[in-house]
Design a binder for this molecule. Structure first.
Ligand code: ATP
Ligand code: MG
Length: 309
């Protein structure tokens, strides 16, 4: 989930889509890559995080040091939050999480400094590939073969940690609001991701495939409009205009599903460690919308038969 515009629903979507996928029997891993740590606090209480997770069990420990992953294995950071998995009882699905840390913001700057610290062109290409490809390599560990779906919740920036997430992803989903500024930036965002991909792949080609990096073949799954204003069963005219403009003028695909604005459901996001979509009643419109979104996303990832596992 990425969009360097803030507050567009990335974290809410990650938590709830992950929970809905798990309720359909999928084994889901969520990774919180945002120093704001909102996804983590959707599943763990602050006390639990302070006492048990903060000092040894977060993605910050993994990213820090000379090269991410040298000090600690990503698999050692996987947590199983209690309340959500209890709520999933009776399904074969599960939901695990790798926690973030408020200090990740400094790590992002340190990583950027590491990128510039080489002298020869070849060494700097190697460093570029190793740093940008670090999360991708780590997720290829056999430990993660047990998961059907891994969702990465990015911070609202295009820093190095976010870039490692893009390199690691097979698909990029862009939550966005249907307003002027949000839709204006979408092509730019896709352009930036394409540039990163291009640069990574050029460096891989240049090295003649002689090392452990492969070209990135990820694609944009599309934009999913969130917090959409609905009146009388319809998207408001103003918002529909922005959605139509993206359809017509943008090269970014737009998902059919949309998530409406519902402060009733998302006003207290993650309260009690169980995402709203597992707490809501099935007749709520927004539950139907999340179901459709799950159909569309899991269908595109060929994971829609998860419930039969
Ligand atoms: N569909 C929705 N209806 C109403 N409120 C929502 C909805 N989705 C998210 N929110 C609320 O909007 C705020 C921003 O959402 P969220 O944290 O998911 O966005 P984000 O893109 O992850 O933000 P950031 O860029 O800061 O990480 C939160 O308070 C959340 O509870
Ligand atoms: Mg967020």
């Amino acid at each position: 989930m990425m969009n360097y515009k803030g507050g567009v629903g990335k974290t809410t979507l990650t938590a709830n889509l992950g929970a809905v996928a798990a309720s359909r029997g999928l084994r889901v891993l969520l990774i919180d890559l945002d120093p704001q740590t909102n996804l983590t606090f959707s599943f763990f209480s602050i006390d639990e995080w302070q006492d048990r997770i903060k000092d040894e069990g977060t993605i910050k420990q993994w990213y820090e040091g000379e090269m991410p992953g040298r000090n600690i294995s990503l698999a050692d950071l996987v947590l199983t939050p209690g309340p959500v998995n209890k709520a999933l009882g009776g399904t074969t699905g599960k939901l695990d999480l790798i926690s973030s840390h408020l200090g990740l913001i400094n790590i992002d700057l340190e990583l950027a400094a590491l990128l510039g610290g080489t002298t020869t062109l070849n060494a700097s290409k190697r460093r570029f590939l190793d740093l940008h490809g670090c999360l991708r390599r780590a997720l290829e560990d056999e430990h993660f073969g047990q998961y059907d779906l891994v969702l990465l919740d990015c911070a609202p920036n295009f820093g190095l940690v976010t870039k490692t997430a893009i390199v690691a992803s097979e698909h990029v989903l862009v939550p966005a609001k249907a307003d002027y500024l949000s839709t204006l930036g979408l092509d730019y965002l896709v352009g930036n991701c394409d540039e990163l991909k291009q640069q990574f792949n050029d460096f891989v080609d240049h090295r003649g495939g002689s090392d452990d990096h492969r070209p990135i073949t990820s694609e944009f799954l599309g934009v999913v409009f969130t917090m959409v204003q609905i009146y009388s069963q319809q998207v408001t005219a103003a918002q529909q205009t922005y959605i139509d403009q993206v359809h017509l003028n943008s090269r970014v695909p737009v998902l059919k599903s949309k998530i409406r604005n519902s402060t009733r459901h998302f006003g207290s996001s993650g309260e009690g460690g169980v995402p709203a979509m597992l707490r809501a009643t099935s007749k709520d419109e927004v539950v139907r919308e999340f179901d459709e979104l799950a159909d569309e996303v899991l269908g595109a990832l060929a994971l829609s038969s998860g419930g039969d596992r």
